[in-house]
Design a protein around this ligand. Structure first.
Ligand SMILES: [Ca+2]
Length: 507
């Protein structure tokens, strides 16, 4: 009897031990899921230390690059906030999301799409957002949810700093066509060397909130997808004074434009060059101030990135967290005589893109492998083992994260609705409007001899073979980028938007 009981106890003990072991293993499986920290800046170009800029100080982004893989040739899908963000957050091209401007909400045209954070949520992750991930009108929507997608997050934080209260102090270029002040500071070149500390600015508040979330996540077992969207260096260029002092005005260089340059670009885009009178006719003194302010704002934003990265280290989460840093599109600072974004030139299409953390083996590499922002989705799901939806359009960049010489794609496209630019390792070929390419609607730039894209070679007879092969490549890529994604509803109608003023007039 005693023996039988003893044997029964032994069996129960063994069973309990096995059960405990199974529970621990499950907990470990949850632990071993890698987290994602997705950092994105608004309107940031590649004027950064790690991208070889001689003046701009970006020690924290540089630090991230030194422990990860930096893509030197990464391009956005559309050089505007909302269409670019909707594209990479759905893993689809603009001709698939049908979102081309800053007014539309993601689900107006693609109501049942699974967003990137949603895929992580479906995979058992806790998706959280701080600041601008989906589109926000910047700065007018700061402090609100902007164009957010409520299906994407379990928690959201909308930071708001003293930059909103200081808007009256912001200097804006004298405007040829007066607009309400709240719109002007986000649209016209405008800046403020602000009083106060980093932590008081919207991006400082955002970084503080992101740090709090990381500290909380470190105490939990649930894997997280934390997206932190910085508002700067988007206009207005507002940063604490000390960052302006880092860039003495006499050291700022304004890009020079060759005599007769405008005659070399297709007539269809010339209007783009002059659409804002005060920017097209900017004085050298104002141009210097604007560039100084952009650099200062970039360095301020970089410092906030540094605070979040420090928290990732101090919480012990860095080891098990994939970090991405990027921007929604580039930004012109006077090149070609252009300011801001919205063009199909390199400065507006190219974005910084850095991956670090588990799965990123080629640490400290700078790769020339081409990448598109639409590749973010399949890359992050592969790195974390999350199931992606079957219709994604991008390609995974994981091969390049293992070997910087790997080339998952041989071209990158930017554009939609008939106007596209294609970038290969050497060339940029751009065609505006549907229909066959001609010297009147196309451009060809050879980056080997002309990295500033100032010499349009489209009429050069010795390049006709290059033009026809790039033209065929562009046709094929544009066709593929418009294939309806299987299972995703596409609403093709446009929503009518009426402002309160227009509504009153209509009545
Ligand atoms: Ca933007």
């Amino acid at each position: 009897m005693y023996r039988r009981r003893q044997s029964m106890y032994r069996t129960i003990t063994t069973l309990l031990f096995l059960l405990a072991f199974a529970l621990i293993s499950t907990a470990h499986a949850a632990d071993s899921k890698v987290n994602v920290l997705f950092l994105i800046s608004d309107d940031l170009n590649c004027d950064l230390g790690t991208y070889g800029h001689a003046q701009v100080k970006s020690p924290n982004i540089d630090r991230l690059a030194s422990r990860g893989v930096q893509f030197n040739q990464a391009y956005c899908q559309m050089p505007g906030c909302n269409p670019s963000r909707i594209s990479f957050l759905t893993g689809l091209y603009p001709d698939q999301t049908l979102s081309y401007n800053n007014q539309v909400y993601l689900r107006e045209h693609t109501p049942n799409v699974t967003t990137l954070p949603q895929a992580f949520r479906n995979g058992g992750y806790f998706p959280a957002r701080v600041g601008k991930i989906f589109h926000y009108n910047n700065p007018s929507n700061i402090g609100t949810g902007g164009h957010d997608d409520p299906h994407s997050w379990d928690q959201t934080v909308n930071p708001r700093g003293r930059d909103k209260d200081d808007e009256d102090l912001i200097y804006a270029l004298p405007d040829a066509h007066p607009m309400p002040p709240q719109w002007r500071v986000g649209d016209t070149l405008s800046w403020l060397a602000a009083d106060g500390e980093d932590e008081e600015q919207t991006d400082g508040v955002g970084a503080t909130e992101a740090i709090k979330l990381l500290e909380r996540f470190a105490r939990r077992d649930t894997p997280f997808f934390l997206a932190v969207g910085f508002y700067r260096p988007h206009l207005p260029f507002v940063a604490p004074k000390k960052y302006f002092d880092m860039y003495p005005i006499e050291e700022i260089k304004v890009p020079e434009i060759p005599e007769g340059y405008l005659d070399t670009v297709p007539p269809a885009i010339r209007s783009r060059f002059n659409y804002k009178y005060e920017e097209a006719n900017i004085s050298q003194a104002h141009a210097r101030r604007a560039i100084q302010a952009y650099y200062a704002t970039t360095t301020f934003m970089d410092a906030q990135v540094g605070r979040v990265l420090d928290a990732l280290d101090s919480t012990g989460l860095a080891e098990n967290t994939v970090v991405v840093f990027t921007s929604d599109h580039g930004f012109h600072l006077g090149e070609h005589g252009l300011w801001k974004k919205g063009t199909l030139f390199e400065n507006a299409a190219r974005v910084p893109l850095i991956f670090a953390g588990p799965g990123v083996k080629a640490k400290g590499s700078k790769t020339n492998s081409l990448a598109e922002l639409v590749d973010l989705y399949p890359t992050l799901t592969e790195l974390s083992g999350v199931q992606p939806p079957p219709y994604l359009s991008g390609v995974s960049l994981v091969p390049t994260l293992l070997d910087p010489n790997a080339t998952p794609r041989n071209s990158a496209i930017t554009g939609g609705r008939g106007s596209y630019s294609i970038r290969t390792a050497r060339y940029r070929y751009t065609r505006r409007g549907r229909g066959p390419g001609s010297a009147a609607n196309s451009e060809l730039y050879d980056h080997q001899s002309d990295p500033e894209e100032l010499v349009n070679l489209i009429r050069d007879p010795s390049r006709s073979d290059v033009v026809s092969s790039l033209s065929a490549m562009l046709d094929e890529r544009a066709r593929d980028a418009a294939i309806p994604p299987e299972g995703v509803i596409q609403n093709t109608f446009e929503f009518e938007r009426v402002t309160p003023d227009q509504f009153r007039k209509k009545k």
